[in-house]
Write a protein that binds this ligand. Structure first.
Ligand code: ADP
Ligand code: MG
Length: 769
């Protein structure tokens, strides 16, 4: 049931502005009931209270001592007056409603903590509700529209009627209200609540609009909505249970109580009287139906309809689209305590359960809202789970100010419940509601009402100066200024005096009349001239006002731009700061880079050094290897030579023996024709004996490589150069015949005994003759 704004601005579902304000949560600590009671709340600053567990509880929990602090937008201690509370909490909301913005204010706390005291108050100590009403009427008092000019439709919208229809409606109502308006039992009057010195007024009220206030008063009990202002005769003998109302959504997606009575009120006194009537009805229903008032939520809705005056500043503009409705909801919630505490029984237990349920839903909604806002999630808020939350859905989802006064009683008995209340309050403070945007300015020049008033006053004054308007009364007065008629009774047929005298008098009158007509015409001309001047003046004033309006707009624009500049400046400062930090970071990184580069270079140098060292070592090693190789080659050569020499010697010995053997064989031929093969095994001559062409025998040695004596070094060098490739391997292509290869194989076998440093080089074998 947010503002039933104009259908023209049809989709205001989501606030267009992104600015949000947290729910304003205030805390009011009431005084203790009795002075000797134990107190468990301390106000430690004007935003913080401290709770400490009462003695009994401490003992129960093994002497565990716990103190907790809770912060609020503001804390009001026991000495705070109702006026001070109003000034901080409700006044801004009233200012908002006058400037077409919605507001929701509720009191929360356990039963007896002062919710009703805060909201309604008592005689001499008027609460937020009567004060809000008073401030509204003090502000819009002179600019109120006549009754029935604004007329609520039954769909939460507002229509404008012309003067005549409104007048007819007024007459109809007057004829219907036959019941005496003054109630039999004296209700508490507004004058009892607030003293006139405390009256206050909103600034910046748009004088060129017309206003009307409508109030509704509902009670939500057991999750049913009841209209407390419904005019139904109460049967004292067999009371009929009141009919509950349902919630509906209007075309702007605002929730409202369908068919709820909206009473147009023209003064604080009247509004308060209506409130009190509802209050009385509530009391009666509670008594008759055995209900407990602390278990119900009461909602007092103040609706303010406003529409611009027409261009003349005379009447309300007949355009439904220009009607703006804002509302302030004042809610006195049910006691927040758990069911067990109230020792409720039977049907009351069920009711209590339901009431807890609706407060629980309120808590859940707040929780989900907070989570959605803080974590960017999009969980569904269960507004529909209870009537209270469903009714206020638009406040949390749309735009407007939401404020909560958390009432606490510092007595020890309430400690545990108070802890729960504090937790709820903490959570609520974290929920944000979109800030309402300013209403667009209507196209007419400002100051219409005043000019119209001034014009009317001036007209009356001038007419009065001239002797009032030219109606019957004026004629009588003019007739008296004519010269009196002479006696016109004719004395006889010869009377020739009377008639001429009469003629003369009449002629005189006729002349005066002519003169007067002339005068009148002249005055008329002057008046038309005056009127022309007036309208001229008026249009000039209009123009000036228009310009003033434009100037105001320009001023506003300028202000906006200034704000924007401020914002940008702040942002640029912020960015500069960031750049500074980034610069510093870059510097640090660059320094790092430089030092790393430095290190890299030094390492590279070291590596280079090590590499050259390695190369040097390699060269040295190569040298050593070559040296030792040469040494070993020499050694091998030496050994080979020695062996050769030895073998030559042996060969020589064998040759000798062979010669001797030959001699023996030649000798033996003569004695023994069967030649005896010499026992080679016995002699171990490594060779083969074969027949020569000449008929003799020869031995070929297979174990000896070289029999020719040569300079070993020169021979080896020669061999290497001719027999090996560039890689030192034997050049196979150099071998020419199979025989040679075979002998190499033999050599290789034999070479394996030669010791280290020996390389298997194939030596061409020399054939022995
Ligand atoms: P609730 O509505 O929370 O159940 P009430 O407003 O009815 O509580 O307060 C219970 C009693 O305490 C009332 O008699 C009321 O006058 C008194 N009280 C509450 N708050 C204050 C206060 N701040 N100063 C003085 N009396 C208070
Ligand atoms: Mg109460």
């Amino acid at each position: 049931i947010r503002s039933s704004k104009t259908p023209r601005r049809l989709p205001p579902k989501k606030a267009s502005n992104s600015q949000k304000d947290p729910v304003g949560v205030y805390c009011r600590v009431r005084p203790l009931g009795a002075e000797d009671e134990e107190c468990c709340i301390e106000v430690i600053s004007n935003t913080t209270i401290q709770l400490h567990a009462p003695d009994g509880l401490k003992a129960n929990r093994n002497g565990e001592f716990k103190e907790t602090q809770y912060s609020f937008k503001k804390v009001f201690g026991i000495k705070t007056t109702q006026g001070e509370l109003f000034e901080d909490v409700a006044k801004p909301l009233v200012e908002d409603i006058i400037h077409c913005k919605n507001g929701l204010l509720f009191t929360y706390g356990v039963t007896g903590s002062g919710k009703t005291h805060t909201m309604t108050g008592s005689p001499g100590q008027g609460g937020l509700l009567p004060r809000s009403l008073d401030m509204i009427f003090n502000s819009i008092g002179p600019y109120q529209a006549k009754r029935y000019v604004f007329k609520p439709d039954d769909k939460n919208g507002m229509e404008v009627q012309n003067q005549v229809d409104a007048l007819l409606d007024r007459q109809k109502r007057d004829s219907q209200t036959t019941v005496p308006k003054t109630p039999t039992t004296r209700l508490i009057q507004f004058a009892d609540m607030i003293s006139p010195e405390e009256a206050c007024k909103a600034d910046g009220v748009d004088e060129d609009s017309s206003y009307s206030v409508f109030v509704s008063y509902i009670e939500i009990y057991n999750n049913y909505i009841y209209d407390l202002l419904e005019e139904t005769p109460i049967d004292p003998i067999k009371p009929k249970p009141p009919q509950s109302k349902i919630l509906r959504e209007d075309q702007n997606h605002n929730m409202y109580v369908a068919g709820c009575t909206e009473v147009e009120v023209k003064s604080t006194e009247e509004a308060f009287e209506v409130f009190w009537r509802g209050q009385k009805k509530r009391r009666i229903a509670n008594t008759q139906l055995n209900r407990e008032s602390s278990r119900s939520h009461s909602v007092f809705i103040i609706k303010l309809a406003q529409a611009p005056l027409d261009a003349d500043g005379d009447n309300v503009l007949q355009d439904k689209n220009q009607v703006n409705v804002s509302q302030l909801c004042l809610v006195d919630l049910a006691g927040s305590e758990r069911t067990s505490r109230t020792r409720a029984e039977g049907s009351r237990l069920r009711e209590a359960g339901n009431i807890n349920q609706s407060l629980m839903t309120l808590r859940t909604c707040i929780e989900v809202l907070r989570e959605n806002q803080m974590c960017g999630t999009n969980k569904m808020v269960p507004y529909r789970d209870s009537k209270v939350t469903h009714l206020f859905k638009n406040y949390f989802d749309g735009e407007g100010k939401v404020r909560m006064v958390v009432c606490v009683n510092p007595k020890a008995d309430d400690y545990e419940e108070t802890l729960l209340v504090m937790r709820f309050a903490e959570m609520t403070q974290e929920v944000e509601v979109a800030r309402p945007v300013d209403r667009p300015i209507c196209g007419f020049a400002a100051g219409r009402r005043q000019r119209n008033q001034a014009f009317k006053e001036e007209l009356t004054r001038r007419l009065e100066e001239r002797g009032g308007p030219l109606d019957g009364g004026v004629c009588v007065c003019l007739l008296q200024s004519f010269p009196p008629l002479p006696p016109c009774e004719i004395s006889g047929p010869n009377d020739d005096v009377t008639l001429p005298r009469l003629i003369e008098a009449l002629e005189k009158r006729h002349k005066i009349r002519q003169m007067m007509i002339e005068e009148y015409n002249k005055t008329g001309k002057i008046i038309t001239l005056f009127r022309a001047q007036d309208s001229n003046l008026l249009s000039k004033e209009n123009f000036i006002q228009e310009q003033r309006g434009k100037l105001g707009e320009k001023d506003k624009m300028l202000q906006n731009q200034k704000n924007e500049i401020d914002r940008l400046e702040k942002k640029s400062k912020m960015l500069e700061y960031k750049i500074d930090i980034l610069q510093k970071t870059t510097n640090i990184y660059e320094e790092d880079k430089r030092s790393l580069q430095h290190e890299l270079e030094s390492r590279e140098q070291r590596l280079q050094r090590e590499m050259s060292e390695k190369r040097r070592m390699e060269a040295r090693m190569q040298g050593i290897v070559t040296d030792s190789k040469l040494k070993w080659e020499k050694e091998c050569e030496r050994r080979v030579n020695a062996k050769q020499l030895e073998m030559q010697n042996k060969l020589w010995v064998k040759d000798e023996k062979l010669k001797q053997l030959k001699a023996i064989v030649t000798e033996g031929k003569t004695e023994n024709r069967q030649p005896q093969r010499p026992s080679r095994e016995k002699d171990k001559v490594p060779g083969e004996v074969f027949k020569t062409r000449g008929g003799g025998q020869a031995v070929q040695f297979t174990d000896i490589e070289t029999l020719k004596q040569e300079n070993p070094v020169a021979a080896s060098r020669k061999r290497r150069s001719s027999e090996t490739g560039p890689d030192g391997e034997p050049k196979e292509g150099d071998w020419t015949d199979v025989e040679t290869r075979c002998s190499v194989a033999v050599e290789m076998r034999a070479g394996s005994n030669l010791g280290p440093g020996y390389q298997h080089h194939g030596y061409p074998k020399r054939r022995k003759p």
